[in-house]
Design a protein. Structure first.
Length: 348
């Protein structure tokens, strides 16, 4: 178990210690759940009350913060507590020992290339023609099909499956159960009332610095490639159809589904359970709200919400009306009744 003192942390962050410089921590916690031996942080003023009751040994705060009550924990004051928390997490992660070596229980083809300082875990299968870059971490029960390429320093967590011919870049993280390169959903009705399978002959290309969540599936292209560009971050349980392209630094939350041949631009944000129909083109820097359904092209810098999705302000106006529909229906019925009475009186 790694331990860090307040003095070490303050030195790394350029912070000011208020309290015991020898206070030690070995884990990180929220300020509400802080316990002895943990480091916590105060980045939002609404959580200040927890500072005075937390059991955390060390708490990071902004340099401008002044407590209004006595604090039992050691404080480390820094210029930007939020940014410093990220630095500490990165430091802690980098300090963890890296696994190395190929397990005797792994099956690695003699025609595969494995780079220096790699780890390949139990019951992993690496077929012929696979190229694994240096410093990769390939956990147990991973499958790498023929001709797969994995770039330097990429991490494949347990149960990742990468079908033949697919490419994963450098510094990527694929979480447990992700499936890359399964067949796209391609079938054609036949004269007998059934369906003939359309061969899926392309592959998947994942560029550098991509992170893919657990049990997310990215289908191989019918021809050419399904492409996930550099810096994309995909959450758990996402489905990406065949021949889709996702632009650089786009982020998608869980349970998003993108149908075949659609294009998503750069720096987009797709919230949870977004659905995108096939052959739709979405521009750059587009934001899509949770549970929205996109069935038409979206220009750059737009916001879409709802099902079917509407421009942001139009959605909010429509939503306000929708909430009032029972009252509006009642008013319409009363108006219809009064109109009928007026018409009857005029006829008399």
């Amino acid at each position: 178990m790694m331990e860090f003192t307040a003095e070490m942390i303050a030195g790394f962050l350029g912070g000011e210690i208020v309290g015991d410089k020898n206070a030690k921590v070995h884990t990180v916690s929220s300020i509400e759940e802080g316990k002895a031996g943990s480091l916590s942080y105060l980045t939002n003023p609404k959580y200040e009350s927890f500072l005075y009751t937390t059991g955390a040994s060390i708490v990071l705060t902004d340099r401008t913060f002044t407590p209004s009550q006595p604090v039992a924990a050691t404080l480390i004051k820094v210029d930007d507590a939020g940014a410093c928390v990220l630095k500490l997490l990165e430091m802690y992660n980098a300090a963890k020992p890296r696994r190395k070596g190929i397990s005797d229980r792994a099956s690695v083809s003699s025609e595969a290339e494995v780079g220096d300082e790699c780890y390949i875990g139990d019951f992993t299968v690496v077929e012929e023609g696979v190229h694994i870059g240096k410093g990769c971490q390939v956990y147990p029960q991973v499958y790498l099909g023929r001709g797969v390429t994995v770039g330097d320093n990429t991490v494949l967590y347990p149960g990742v499956k990468i079908y033949e011919g697919c490419v994963v870049g450098a510094n990527c993280i694929l979480h447990a159960g992700a499936v890359i390169g399964a067949d796209g959903f391609g079938f054609m009705p036949n004269a007998q009332g059934g369906f003939d399978k359309i061969p899926q002959l392309g592959n998947v290309i994942i560029e550098d610095d991509v992170e893919i969540g657990a049990n997310t599936c990215i289908d191989r292209a019918k021809t050419d490639s399904t492409i996930i560009r550099r810096g994309v971050k995909l959450d758990n349980l996402i489905q990406i159809g065949h021949n889709v392209q996702i632009g650089e630094n786009t982020v998608s939350s869980a349970q998003t589904g993108i149908a075949g041949t659609s294009r998503v631009g750069r720096n987009c944000f797709l919230a949870g359970q977004v659905g995108i129909a096939d052959h739709v083109v979405i521009g750059d820097r587009v934001k899509v709200g949770s549970k929205s359904g996109i069935d038409k092209a979206v220009p750059d810098d737009e916001v879409r919400m709802g099902y079917p999705a509407l421009p942001g302000m139009q959605y909010h106006r429509s939503s306000a009306v929708f909430k009032r529909l029972p009252d509006l229906e009642k008013q319409v019925r009363e108006l219809e009744k009064r109109l009928a009475e007026l018409t009857k009186n005029q006829q008399i």
